[in-house]
Design a protein around this ligand. Structure first.
Ligand code: 2AM
Length: 217
């Protein structure tokens, strides 16, 4: 019945502590601000605007919503496949409410989303769902490749898109596409993968404390 369905959350995930949320948001804003001014970015501006030579303010282009988190399992209150099994998983029950340290290894921007790639440890992978659909049909990327934090979405874009955008970039890399190296920035190296896909591989990963929990909404 409906009550049973409500007993499962909208999603499980790691929730960043509020003090580091601001730091991560600032880092992402700084990156967008810098990206905006690069000649290489301006050259490919039509990826974002659909027209050549129109201005775009990336900080306005993306809207940020809610607490920063890295979704492990989208349960949709029990309606998503595998939701119940995930909630009953030993590791999920054992680590519920525990603190973790997440490592953010890259930032990425597409015309749809901006996000941070999260590189999971072996222990953190215990909390990653087993269902094959989570890698969204992509070939043979390692488990947990989709792990990310949504930092912002363009208008009318749902956050679920961020993970798909990340998988798209990782699939290109895996297929041997090196992308176009653009430049060394203060934060790391910037690469362009075509069709408005930008990846900033961080020189120093950002380590951030996060609590494994769930969101009911
Ligand atoms: P996100 O993890 O990319 O940010 C609530 O909607 C949260 O669950 C969001 O954080 C969202 O995306 C994630 N989410 C929504 N639908 C999803 C799906 N089908 N698969 C995985 N995550 C999803």
């Amino acid at each position: 019945g409906p009550l049973e369905e409500m007993s499962l959350p909208l999603f499980f995930g790691w929730f960043l502590l509020s003090s580091v949320q601001d730091k991560v948001r600032c880092t992402s804003m700084d990156f967008l601000k810098t990206l905006d001014t690069l000649e290489a970015f301006k050259k490919h501006l039509s990826d974002f605007t659909g027209k050549a030579e129109k201005e775009v303010d990336l900080e306005q282009y993306f809207q940020a919503k809610g607490t920063l988190h890295c979704t492990t399992k989208f349960c949709d209150y029990g309606k998503a496949p595998g939701a119940k099994e995930y909630a009953q998983n030993t590791a999920v029950k054992e680590f519920y409410g525990s603190a973790f340290e997440l490592s953010l290894s890259a930032l990425f921007v597409t015309p749809r989303t901006v996000g941070a790639r999260v590189s999971l440890t072996e222990e953190q992978l215990l909390l990653w769902p087993a269902d094959p659909e989570e890698e969204a049909g992509s070939t043979s990327l390692p488990r947990g490749s989709r792990a990310h934090i949504t930092l912002g979405c363009a208008e009318h874009v749902e956050p679920v898109q961020t993970g798909l955008d990340l998988l798209e970039i990782l699939t290109l890399q895996q297929e041997g596409q090196q992308g176009e190296p653009i430049e060394e920035m203060e934060l790391g190296s910037l690469t362009y993968y075509g069709e408005g896909r930008w990846l900033l591989t961080l020189r120093e990963p950002i380590c951030t404390p996060a609590c494994f929990s769930s969101f009911y909404g």
